[in-house]
Design a protein around this ligand. Structure first.
Ligand code: P1T
Length: 545
């Protein structure tokens, strides 16, 4: 890392690290006056507001009496319901605070462009403020984050750039570095930067924590808060340490992230988690871990099951990180006695996850819920390989849209996989996608198909059973059937080396061809299976009565 906090990596441009030393000079036990601008809570809920931005903060604190009872906990459990904020999450608070502080200091003016790397909720908060105040807003967000967030952001007028979920924060394609690249290219563009902006923790220090203390009548014994940037947990934690030093501050971090302390807690072979918003692969500078008394790690399954319980038992329409915090609260609060109060922060709304953990099929597909106890069907355990599929054909990302259309027409396919030279499936081209992009003028026939990729496809192994396939086909029209096993080393074989192309259109039949990835593992597309193929199999193979 360079002295100024920036870093260069080979030929790549200089970039500013998100974990460079903090600007905030505050630390626990300091006697110096705060260097930050502080705000008083300011809205009167009995009067009309000037804009929807006034409906950020002052969220309800609600007793969880049903879960207290079913779990037999001694203390009182309360939920700080941040899903009531105008944009639907706790991050509205910091988005508004960062914008207002930047306006006051003259850093931004109406007409400027706000760019932010985010897991989506800070993006929604910023897009909300931008819509009301007249800024252009560009949100850079990893692909893992839900389509629901994308739709809300679009409706608010934000432009969205998606980045690969697998890109670590230092990689040029990470959401953090892509945001910086865009800022360098766009005039009057500002990244308010939640990872270093003191307005992030200070917003919670000034408002969220003050509200909790007031709503609890000054008696709070424990707060349980999930950490992403860490702004919420350390903003609340710091205020508690100052005003109620005996209040225990509990931090919640998903398995696969490295925020928790001591570091051994983070040792795991989990490299991906579905819960959105919490956890990172670096320590954001705004996260002062000295105010957290104890960290706990959470698994996806426990988090989503608890989020569904919060909805079902308490009627809280909250998201997955709320479930994670609540799952931990039920363990941590065991040390509290009758009459003591534990506050759990519920950061966002189920609105963000309507097609994810809210759906039973989504939960079952990931083994977060068991199969429904229904009568076993004759076809459940039949392997996918039993379905007869068409001769599989794929195209290279450089194949033109016109040529791809011709192949689809000739072969009678509605979709075709796009596979790069290493055998990695980049996505599929679907007739629907191609048609809408052609009619809207987003692509022309000579463009490469890589311009019209559908990346939301599902993969299934030939050895998987038809029960799994039926789950996928309840939601998607098709799945790509993969055949993966360790194969002989043909690592340098490119797709064009495989079978002859169809009518020299650079479309490659890949059935039976073995493709070895750079990491030594090999995979093979066996074909595409559609609902029609599945129904045909059921119809022709049903056992006779
Ligand atoms: O960033 P932090 O204050 O630690 O909040 C964590 C958090 C918890 N739960 C959800 C659903 C969240 O969206 C977040 C944080 N979100 C972002 C960092 C973001 O960019 O939206």
């Amino acid at each position: 890392m360079a002295q100024n906090g920036s870093s260069t990596n080979g030929h790549e441009a200089t970039w500013i690290r998100p974990d460079r030393p903090p600007r905030c000079t505050w630390h626990l036990g300091t006697t110096e006056p705060s260097p930050h601008q502080h705000y008083k809570r300011r809205f009167d809920r009995t009067k009309a507001y000037t804009s929807v931005l006034d409906a950020i903060g002052d969220t309800p604190l609600v007793r969880m009496s049903r879960i207290e009872k079913t779990e037999g906990v001694k203390c009182e459990l309360y939920a700080k319901c941040e899903f009531f904020n105008a944009g639907g999450s706790v991050k509205d608070r910091i988005a508004l605070r960062m914008v207002e502080t930047a306006e006051k200091s003259g850093l931004i003016k109406p007409g400027y462009t706000l760019i932010e790397p985010t897991s989506g909720n800070t993006g929604i908060g910023l897009a909300l403020a931008a819509a009301v105040k007249g800024y252009r807003c560009i949100i850079v967000m990893p692909e893992k984050m839900s389509a629901e967030k994308v739709n809300v952001l679009r409706a608010l007028g934000a432009e969205i750039v998606r980045t690969p979920t697998s890109a670590s924060f230092e990689m040029p394609e990470s959401h953090i570095r892509v945001a910086q690249k865009l800022q360098n290219e766009i005039e009057n563009a500002v990244i308010l930067d939640q990872y270093i902006n003191s307005g992030n923790p200070v917003a919670h220090y000034d408002t969220t924590a003050e509200e909790i203390i007031e709503q609890c009548g000054g008696h709070v014994d424990m707060v349980v808060v999930g950490a992403g940037t860490g702004g919420t947990v350390c903003g609340i934690g710091r205020k508690m340490k100052e005003k109620i030093p005996n209040c225990k501050v509990v931090g919640v971090d998903p398995l696969g992230s490295i925020l928790a302390q001591p570091g051994e807690l983070n040792e795991t072979d989990v490299s991906f988690y579905e819960v959105e918003g919490t956890g990172y692969d670096f320590i954001p500078t705004v996260l002062d871990r000295s105010v957290v008394d104890k960290w706990y790690k959470t698994a996806d399954k426990d988090s989503f099951i608890m989020a569904r319980r919060l909805i079902r038992e308490e009627g809280f329409l909250c998201g997955g990180s709320s479930g994670a915090a609540m799952h931990i609260a039920l363990q941590a609060c065991r040390e509290l006695k009758e009459g003591q109060k534990c506050v759990v922060l519920l950061p966002d709304s189920v609105r963000n996850y309507m097609t994810k953990f809210l759906k039973e099929e989504w939960m079952i597909e990931r083994n977060f819920l068991p199969e429904k106890n229904m009568e076993k069907k004759w076809w459940w355990d039949v392997p996918v390989s039993k379905i007869k599929l068409h001769t599989p054909v794929s195209v290279l990302p450089t194949t033109t849209c016109g040529a791809t259309l011709q192949i689809m027409e000739e072969q009678g396919f509605d979709q075709i996989p796009v596979v790069d030279g290493n055998g990695v499936v980049l996505g599929t081209v679907t007739m629907g996608n191609m048609m809408s992009n052609l009619t809207s003028g987003k692509i022309v026939p000579n463009d490469a198909v890589s311009k019209t990729l559908y990346k939301g496809f599902k993969e299934i192994q030939m050895t998987d059973n038809l029960k799994k396939l039926s789950r996928i086909l309840e939601i998607d029209h098709f799945a790509i059937v993969m055949h993966s096993k360790l194969q002989c080393d043909i690592a340098n074989l490119s797709l064009t080396d495989l079978k002859p192309s169809i009518k020299s259109l650079r479309a490659e039949p890949v059935g039976g061809a073995k493709i070895t990835n750079g990491d030594g593992h090999s995979s093979q597309i066996y074909g595409i299976v559609t609902s029609v193929d599945f129904c045909r199999y059921l119809a022709t193979n049903a056992p006779k009565e």
